[in-house]
Design a protein around this ligand. Structure first.
Ligand code: WT7
Length: 654
């Protein structure tokens, strides 16, 4: 690949620009307007969704540490489920809302669920929840495969005003129990099994284990999906499909305030237990729907496919809420990119004539390794645009995506955002902003990025600069608080750089004003586009009886972006062995889930600590990266010889 291909500037074709919702001139005008007068801008764009009682107030927010408070459209009322379903039924009741593509294409057919059917199924499920005592403000945890029932469940909660909290089906029973307890959920909706890549995860039995550690009042709704046998606890377990069949096919929707919580989604932070990110109804929906339409240049009749799981925010905003609020056709894929073979993504694109395709660099890198022949077998002429999310996309992956998937004619939108932000923050608008591989380019409307000096917290105002990325003012999709812990919310996001929302990311701005995310500057690592707190993995490791101490860092990994590198100090009388390594990996999988499995474990007789006992992760990161030359200042270490020992062990991979 040529250097030019890695560093060039890529404008969309004239044909693309001519049809795009937003061109360069419109972007400049709209962006300027959104910053100059956010009230007026969002007063106008808030109208893209249906309100029961229209808002008269638009923005009411302060980032001042100690009194952080964020409200949008605060006197408006609406129902999110009605916005995603009912308002489309008259005009497009027979249009497909959701295309469900099953894990195994040979034994199962795809399903096309129309808006009219979506209304009926969501209503039925909402009625089942209501009949079981679930109402406004109650929390419901969803632990489901990527099946239509996951969409019904989210929309059914929204319909009756219950707050959903989706837990990724790859999380362990322990992780599930923690989330049920932290949110004080009244119910869990799960399935018998989750088929993925030809294997089945026993969701119901995981839920049984989790509920052992929860209040006995928690109800358990079970979607019999594969039909395999599971245990059944009378009085607690409810057969969801059977009750839905018996329920009324229509459920009226509740009138909710714009600031009523829509969902909680747990994500990893730099310390301790996962954080329950709270998103509310009005601002979130305005922002998710506007970004889905404009970033992806979605037009009526297009088929949109975001390959994420609904267990992550990407699935919330760009499989469910954004597309459905826009009356789109959205693909829900139950499987994995490599099953039955490495051509699966492209087979699905061809089969459903996908127009916009949105995935993560880690998936692209994994498929790239299988060779372009898997892509070339399929007709991808329906594709108009490609998207990337989760981590910076490296030039090689970008080139491959552009050449083999996009055939050089699809703009690639590299979207930077976070669980906390609700929707895209930095992203090219494809008809307006020429892309540069690896750059998330420019801010979306209403987003005011600033780059601060990490040492002085001063704004770096030169165009070309670098530092930490903060946001100067609120946007409608922003999280409002951490569930039950507004203090921690302020501490985590507003304490370090007063007056700003701190993303946790490092960032460079080039001479053209393009933003380049350089990665997390806190103790969060990004594994395959998923966030993992090093502290979470450490506390799982030290919970093992043979482990005295553990320190976890990220290191560069060819496919995952970052891998998990664990330094483990064993208890005095314990001998290190390969068997013990395997045992510890298996242990972390059961404590958190497979996504947290350490890729490498290095035995560490001691860890580098300051005299006050703080582990110096900077040094551990360097050793994990095989970068011994630049360990930096080690003079504050209590025992500098520890470092030499670690380097020696690293070289011998002991
Ligand atoms: C972190 C957020 C919401 C998207 C899925 C991940 C990293 C995300 C990009 C991108 C560079 C990116 C950041 C961010 N990130 N997108 N396009 N380029 N880095 O959501 O789990 O909340 O993680 O993912 O480090 O802070 P998340």
């Amino acid at each position: 690949m040529s250097d030019l291909a890695q560093t060039g500037v890529y404008p969309a074709s004239a044909e693309f620009v001519a049809k795009a919702h937003v061109d360069a001139k419109a972007y400049d005008e709209m962006y300027a307007a959104s910053i100059k007068n956010p009230e007026a801008f969002w007063a106008e764009h808030g109208k893209r969704i249906d309100w029961i009682r229209p808002y008269t107030k638009v923005k009411n927010s302060t980032f001042d540490y100690g009194k952080v408070d964020i409200k949008w459209f605060e006197d408006g009322t609406l129902n999110v489920s009605a916005n995603c379903i009912d308002r489309h039924v008259a005009a497009r009741g027979n249009q497909t809302a959701i295309i469900f593509e099953p894990d195994d294409p040979l034994s199962h057919e795809a399903q096309h669920i129309t808006y009219a059917q979506l209304l009926e199924q969501t209503s039925r499920m909402a009625n089942v929840l209501k009949a079981n005592g679930i109402g406004k403000g109650d929390r419901v945890v969803l632990y489901l495969p990527m099946i239509p029932e996951a969409a019904y469940a989210m929309l059914a909660c929204a319909r009756i005003g219950a707050i959903h909290s989706v837990v990724f089906a790859g999380f362990s029973p322990d992780a599930l129990a923690n989330r049920i307890n932290d949110s004080e959920a009244k119910a869990v909706i799960t399935a018998d099994f989750a088929p993925r890549g030809g294997r089945k995860t026993p969701l119901k039995s995981n839920t049984d284990k989790a509920l052992f550690d929860c209040s006995e009042k928690v109800k358990c709704f079970v979607v019999k999906h594969t039909g395999d046998q599971t245990t059944w606890i009378a009085d607690r377990d409810v057969d969801m499909k059977a009750e839905m069949a018996a329920a009324s096919p229509y459920c009226p929707y509740a009138e909710m305030n714009a600031e009523d919580p829509l969902f909680i989604l747990y994500t990893s932070g730099s310390t301790g237990r996962p954080k329950g990110v709270v998103h509310t109804s009005g601002g979130y929906l305005v922002y998710a729907s506007m970004t889905q339409q404009i970033t992806f240049d979605y037009h009526d009749g297009d088929v949109f496919w975001c390959t994420a799981d609904v267990g992550w925010v990407t699935g919330h905003s760009y499989i469910i809420y954004g597309p459905l609020a826009n009356g789109a056709t959205t693909v829900m894929f139950e499987g994995v990119p490599t099953y039955p073979d490495a051509g699966r993504f492209w087979a699905v694109c061809e089969k459903h004539k996908v127009n916009q395709f949105y995935t993560a660099p880690t998936a692209i890198r994994a498929l790239m390794g299988q060779g372009p022949e898997w892509v070339e077998k399929y007709d991808l002429s329906s594709l108009k645009l490609l998207g990337s999310v989760g981590e910076p996309i490296n030039p090689e992956a970008w080139n491959w995506y552009n050449t083999h998937v996009g055939k050089g004619k699809c703009p690639i939108v590299d979207t930077f955002w976070q669980t906390e932000t609700g929707g895209h923050m930095l992203t090219p608008l494809p008809g307006a902003i020429p892309t540069k591989p690896g750059s998330a380019t420019k801010p979306f409307f209403g987003v005011q990025p600033v780059i601060l000096d990490p040492a002085t917290a001063e704004i770096k105002s030169e165009t070309a600069t670098d530092g930490v990325l903060c946001i100067a003012d609120s946007w409608p999709g922003q999280m409002r608080t951490l569930w039950g812990d507004h203090e921690r919310f302020q501490e985590a996001y507003f304490a370090q750089y007063r007056g700003y929302y701190f993303t946790g990311d490092g960032c460079r701005r080039d001479e053209d004003g393009y933003y380049w995310i350089t990665g997390r500057v806190d103790d969060v690592i990004n594994v395959s586009g998923h966030r993992m707190g090093t502290a979470e993995v450490e506390s799982a490791l030290v919970a093992h009886e043979k482990v005295a101490e553990a320190a976890v860092v990220g290191y560069p990994h060819a496919i995952k972006g970052q891998g998990i590198y664990a330094y483990v100090t064993l208890m005095n009388d314990v001998e290190p062995s390969d068997a013990l390594r395997k045992e510890l990996v298996a242990w972390v999988r059961t404590e958190i889930g497979p996504i947290a499995s350490p890729d490498l474990i290095q035995w560490a007789p001691g860890l580098p600590k300051t005299r006050s006992g703080k582990i110096m992760r900077r040094i551990l990161r360097k050793i994990a990266e095989n970068d011994y030359g630049a360990l930096g200042d080690t003079s504050t270490l209590a025992d500098p010889s520890v470092v030499d020992e670690l380097i020696e062990n690293r070289m011998n991979r002991a």
